[in-house]
Design a protein around this ligand. Structure first.
Ligand code: ADE
Length: 259
């Protein structure tokens, strides 16, 4: 999968894309990430990328032209007045603007995005973006949650990380993402590892029993317990078996988050 990221701060991405799972995925050719500095496509001696808003009101707005020119350069196209939409229809990549105004990113959206071979991500900065970028260039707007960051760079990293670990082969164990929190629609069950005893606390006996069927039941129940106590909203969207429902009905006053 190929990601083209348009940003005013390409240097922000260095460590994140070179380390651990993403770094290895890049090295092994599962993903290709290209950073494009929007400033390189700004006109004039000073390569200005922002300006004051028409109508006043203070703050700075990202200019549309360097962003359009950056996309035109990387795709080798000229976008007409009618906008980018026809290119998308012809199989050109989606263009996603990272903004707190977008729809909220979710695991299911990430899985959906995997069908694309290439994605273009635009990171906003300053108080906002000239509306023509929204109207005539981007094909989707994505938020990573209801809070405001200084720019779209960290959200772009979130999106690339989430998608990369879903690409078959990136994680050695193909089961690993299937059991992740949110993959099944439930939060993940608790994990333990060595030492057996730590500050007087030991793992639940079932984990050492070697009884696989019981262990699966326990894990499912702990996932349900955790989801019920921390994110009951998620339970409304998952398919629950008769046993799941009986187990949930029997839960009373579960331990709160962190407990
Ligand atoms: N830019 C600033 N805040 C953001 C958010 N929450 N999600 C995506 N892009 C953003």
């Amino acid at each position: 999968m190929k990601f083209d990221i348009l940003t005013l701060f390409p240097e922000l991405f260095a460590g994140v894309f070179e380390t651990s799972i993403i770094g290895r995925a890049v090295e092994r050719g599962f993903v290709e990430i290209t950073l494009h500095n929007i400033r390189d496509h700004a006109l004039g001696k000073h390569r200005v990328t922002d300006d004051t808003p028409y109508g006043g009101g203070g703050g700075m707005i990202m200019k549309p032209d360097p962003i359009f020119y950056a996309v035109e350069a990387l795709l080798d196209i000229e976008i007409p007045a009618t906008g980018y939409a026809p290119f998308l229809a012809q199989g050109y990549p989606p263009i996603i603007l990272l903004t707190p105004q977008g729809r909220v990113f979710q695991q299911a959206i990430a899985r959906d995005m995997l069908q694309h071979e290439r994605l273009i991500l635009i990171c906003g900065r300053y108080e906002g973006m000239d509306e023509r970028v929204r109207q005539y260039l981007v094909t989707d707007e994505m938020s990573i949650g209801d809070y405001v960051l200084s720019g779209g760079e960290i959200p772009a990293m979130v999106l690339v990380d989430t998608l990369t670990r879903l690409i078959p082969g990136v994680l050695g164990d193909t089961q690993a993402t299937a059991k992740d929190s949110h993959s099944s629609g439930l939060l993940e069950y608790p994990h333990y590892t060595r030492p057996y005893e730590f500050k007087g606390h030991t793992p639940p006996d079932i984990l050492l029993s070697g009884h696989h069927a019981n262990l699966e039941v326990w894990r499912r129940q702990e996932s349900l317990r955790r989801t019920q106590s921390r994110r009951p909203d998620l339970l409304e969207q998952v398919e629950l078996s008769e046993q799941d429902q009986q187990f949930l009905a029997g839960l009373v006053d579960d331990v709160p988050p962190g407990g």
